[in-house]
Each structure stands twice: as C-alpha cells, then as structure tokens.
Design a protein around this ligand. Structure first.
Ligand code: EZ4
Ligand code: CO
Length: 415
C-alpha cells in the first residue's frame, strides 16, 4: 500500500487550522493535525515543500520507519514546526492503518483501558461573580473538573480570561462564552500586561473564594503560563496548597528543567508541564527526578501518536500521568487522536477540552462524544474524523497571533 498523494489543507473556520491528508494507491485516506498557533503557514510550507515530496511512494504501513525517516532524516531534529509536521504524517498513517484494519484507532493502540477520558474545561472571569457564573455554566454542561483563571487587580487584561471579543472570534455569537481562545485576528499580536507581585497577592484569594463557594470536592486546575521564576513558583504552589489543586500548570518556563527542583522542594501542589515541549528529551530530567505529575504535550506538537505514546510509557515508570493539552488550536483531528490514545494508555490522568466552534465542526465532522464530563471515542473506523472540503475551502487563512506580554515598565515578559 503506497502513499499516492498528500495534501496540506489550510482552513480558518474562526481560527486557522493546518491539516494533512494522505491518500494511498488503493484509495484509503488519513488525516493529521499540524496546527501551530500563530505560525500556521510555516508548518504548511514545511509539509508542502519538504515533507509531501518525500512521502510519495512510501509504504503507508511503515509508520515507525517513516517517523524515523522524517525525524533523523531532516538532520535538524526537534522544534515545534518539524515535530508538528511529523505528527501530522504519523497521525494520518495511524488513521489509514486503522481504516485498513476496519477498527476504531484505539483498538490498534491496545483497546479500551477505561470508559471515557475525564476532561477539564476552562472557567474564567475578570471578577469573582463572573468567574462563579462561568464555573456554574461549566458544571451545568457536565464538566467535572474545571480550570480557573481570573483577572488581576491593576492589570487591564491577563492570560486566560474570556471576553466577548473572544466569543465573536469563535464564531459562536457574542453571547456565547468561548473560554479561552487566545489568538486574535490581525497582522500583529495584541499586548497584554503582567505583574507577578500583584498576581501572587491575588490568586490565593480567588481559590479561597472558589473553595468556599463550590466546596472541597470539585477538581480545580490553574495555569500560571510560564510567568514565574522558580522561587515565585514555589511560593505560589505553597500558597495554593490549602485549596487542594488538581494541578498547577506551567509554573516556570521549563526549558530549564532544573528550575523544577527548586519548586518541588517547597510544595506538594501537583505540577503539570509540557504543552510547548515537542520531544521525549524535553521531559528527561523532569521524569527521572520526578519533578512533575502530569505531561501536557499534545499529539499535534510532539511528533504524533507514535512519539507521545513513547513519552507516556516513559512517564509511567515514575507514576507520572497524561494531562494532554486540548485548546481549540489543536484541531478536531488532533483532539480525536488524543481521545483514541487516552482511552488506551494505562497512565491516563485528565484531558483538557475546550469545545470547537460550530463552524469548525462543519469542516471537521467528528464521531467522538462528550458525556458525563468525559470524552468518548466513537466506533467509526480510523480516527473518526471526516474533512469536508467544501466547508473547508469556504474559510481562507486569516492572520491571527497569540498575544505578547509586557511588564508594567514595558519590558517583554513570557506570554
Ligand atoms: O497558551 O493554546 O493550557 N492552555 C494554554 C493555552 C495555550 C494556547 C497556545 O496556542 O496554555 O491557552
Ligand atoms: Co497551558
């Protein structure tokens, strides 16, 4: 079974997505997600100009060999663009193999290990009353675990807080909340502000209020989004201990894996890291020194199903679990792949889930379901996602960028 063609499909149903579709000589097709938020055309070119020509004529069944060919063969190993391109090829080949086997993909990954994937949704509000409403709305929709982000007094706009502008951009109408789509349309990123001291003073009061209102049982998560130094992160972890977080995410920019030693020495708040990591090597010290509790890499950004399964197996040695990134910039193809992998692995932890817009689901027709706070794969063969070419072609690429963050004196900070 040879790869006959591969197409790069760029579509923007409210936000930009890059999808790879591989077709074999006997007519099977497979889909893979290669969306890198704010850098979509770079990965589209990487695929179109440098990967698609190499794929033609390869045996579509040789998933591992093709992975190694693209990873080792590029010479320039790792990096988000390379690994997203490899992920798309890998996912599309798994989709094809499962279709040939006439099975839903999870069957090829070992079959079900659980009934569904517990997910968490994103609640946010600039102030406590809006935040409480948002938490309640999520509970009414069935979410059983909730990420909490709020405004910080003195800062005009901060990471993770939904606005009506986001709602419009999600293509869901102004009144619908769309927590939280950070990329904004435009030729340049918008600028947000940051002040770590103000944040550290405020955030424990938010979790205290949420626990008082919603009780001790509701699993709560929070994302510090790479903003803190190791000692600041240690302080936040310690201050939040009384509120029993499910996890605290991206406390430091974890390129420096040693920073997590400092954090870990000081707090028992569970830590999740890795949504910007793209290989197993990024996790090496974090795993071997047991410095984190959850792995955040999504299939889309870490080299596909083949590579992420290897990362999870490595994590399992240290009782570290999955906590896969599931923002709206991971397409329904990337999400479906995460559901098939998550239902099968032994060390599943939780899956992030932000619903895609209605316009997105017209382009990507999915068969997974959200029930009882869990995502469940459907029984269609392969990934269970169909790409509607006509709907996709109706949404041309439109520039959109993640924001940047500046400190109050104007210095650039991590967004
Ligand atoms: O910043 O998806 O946990 N979720 C996040 C997201 C990411 C965006 C990047 O594209 O941190 O908001
Ligand atoms: Co995050």
């Amino acid at each position: 079974m040879k790869i006959e063609s591969a197409e790069v499909l760029v579509s923007s149903p409210g936000r930009n997505f890059v999808t790879l579709r591989i077709t074999t000589d006997d007519g099977y097709t497979g889909l893979g997600d290669a969306t890198v938020n704010g850098r979509e055309l770079a990965v589209a070119s990487y695929l179109e100009d440098h990967v698609v020509p190499l794929l033609i004529g390869l045996d579509a069944h040789r998933i591992e060999d093709t992975w190694q060919y693209l990873y080792r063969g590029a010479y320039w190993r790792r990096g988000p663009i390379t690994m997203a391109a490899i992920a798309a090829v890998d996912t599309a080949l798994w989709d094809i193999k499962a279709k040939v086997a006439k099975m839903p993909l999870y069957q090829l990954l070992g079959g079900r290990s659980r009934e569904g994937l517990l997910v968490y949704g994103h609640a946010s509000g600039a102030e406590l009353p809006e935040l409480f409403d948002s938490i309640r709305e999520h509970q009414e929709e069935g979410y059983r675990a909730i990420r909490v982000q709020t405004g910080v007094p003195g800062l005009p706009s901060v990471y993770g807080v939904a606005s009506s502008a986001n709602a419009q951009q999600g293509g869901m109408g102004v009144t619908t909340r769309y927590d939280h789509e950070p990329a904004r349309p435009g030729e340049r990123p918008v600028e947000e502000s940051w002040d770590t001291r103000a944040y550290i003073r405020h955030i424990p009061t938010v979790f205290e209020a949420v626990r008082n209102e919603f009780g001790p049982e509701l699993p709560l998560l929070h994302d510090a989004h790479h903003r803190l130094t190791p000692i600041e992160a240690a302080k936040v972890g310690k201050l939040l201990e009384p509120y029993d977080l499910f996890w605290l995410e991206d406390v430091t920019p974890a390129e420096n894996q040693a920073a997590l030693r400092r954090v870990r020495e000081h707090t028992t708040t569970p830590l999740a890291i890795g949504e910007v990591f793209n290989t197993i090597y990024d996790y090496k010290d974090l795993f071997e020194e047991q410095l984190i509790d959850y792995v955040r890499s999504p299939i889309t950004h870490a080299g596909g199903i083949t590579a992420l399964r290897r990362i999870f197996d490595y994590a399992s040695v240290y009782q570290i679990k999955s906590g896969v990134h599931g923002p709206t910039d991971v397409s329904p193809v990337g999400l479906a792949a995460a559901i098939h992998l998550g239902i099968a692995i032994p060390n599943f932890g939780i899956q992030e889930y932000m619903k895609h817009s209605a316009a997105t689901h017209e382009v990507f027709r999915t068969d997974f379901a959200f029930e009882d706070g869990m995502l469940k794969p459907g029984e269609a063969v392969g990934l269970g996602v169909e790409y509607d070419d006509e709907a996709g072609a109706g949404h041309a690429y439109s520039p959109a960028y993640l924001p940047v963050a500046r400190l109050l004196d104007g210095s650039m900070h991590n967004w």
